[in-house]
Unconditional design. Structure first.
Lengths: 111, 112
């Protein structure tokens, strides 16, 4: 069964305290893995797409990596404005793709 | 360039009432999706469309209907609302041949 599990559910960091969020997945025929940021009361905002094991993508203080079983979102020297829920999703199939979403990690960065 | 917009932003219904949620996009994307987001659960697909005039069922379609009469609009209807349909609804779009979905700001619906 296709499944996406994110950990931890919630994370509190001090400003400048680097950490990583985990997304483990079980899916047949992975087409891509996506990271989104969601602020309270807003829609998910696209961050990264990863396609193959070993791939890395960076944006400001965020770096996403991918292995055959999981993805990590590394946050380096976070700031309070990085506080949000981070969602992971995988896509499988061809043509009409199927997307499976995790439940997210709620990140709070304290000043 | 507004991207994906959703109307309304908030709505309160009584059990048995009907309503329509509108998703509009100006990105000329072929694919459009309706999801619901509930606490402790990942986004779940309700219905989707692969192009103008087409619709298909997703993971949780019961109690909802959709229409895509124009490429830029995707409507989600609730014919007889139930408290179990209290949720936040998100529309997403995807360009043909691409993988990434882009989401709207959401509609928070409460059914009393």
């Amino acid at each position: 069964e296709d499944q996406v599990t994110q950990s931890p559910e919630a994370l509190r960091l001090q400003e400048g305290e680097s950490s990583s969020l985990n997304c483990s997945y079980t899916v047949s025929g992975l087409r891509g893995l996506f990271w989104y940021r969601q602020d309270p009361g807003k829609g998910p905002e696209f961050l990264f797409t990863l396609y193959s094991a070993g791939e890395e993508k960076e944006k400001e203080r965020l770096k996403a990596t991918l292995t055959k079983k999981e993805s990590f979102l590394h946050i380096t020297a976070p700031k309070p404005e990085d506080s949000a829920t981070y969602l992971c999703a995988v896509c499988r199939g061809s043509g009409t793709y199927k997307y499976i979403f995790g439940t997210g990690t709620r990140l709070k960065v304290l000043a | 360039n507004a991207g994906v917009t959703q109307t309304p932003k908030f709505r309160v219904l009584k059990t048995g009432q009907s309503m329509t949620l509108l998703c509009a996009q100006d990105m000329n994307h072929e694919y459009m999706y309706w999801y619901r987001q509930d606490p402790g659960m990942g986004l779940r697909l309700i219905h989707y469309s692969v192009g103008e005039g087409t619709t298909a069922k997703g993971e949780v379609p019961d109690g909802y209907n959709v229409s895509r009469l124009k490429k830029q609009n995707f409507l989600l209807g609730l014919e007889s609302a139930a408290p179990s349909q209290t949720s936040v609804y998100f529309c997403a779009t995807r360009e043909a041949g691409a993988d990434t979905q882009y989401f709207g700001p959401g509609t928070r619906l409460t059914v009393l």
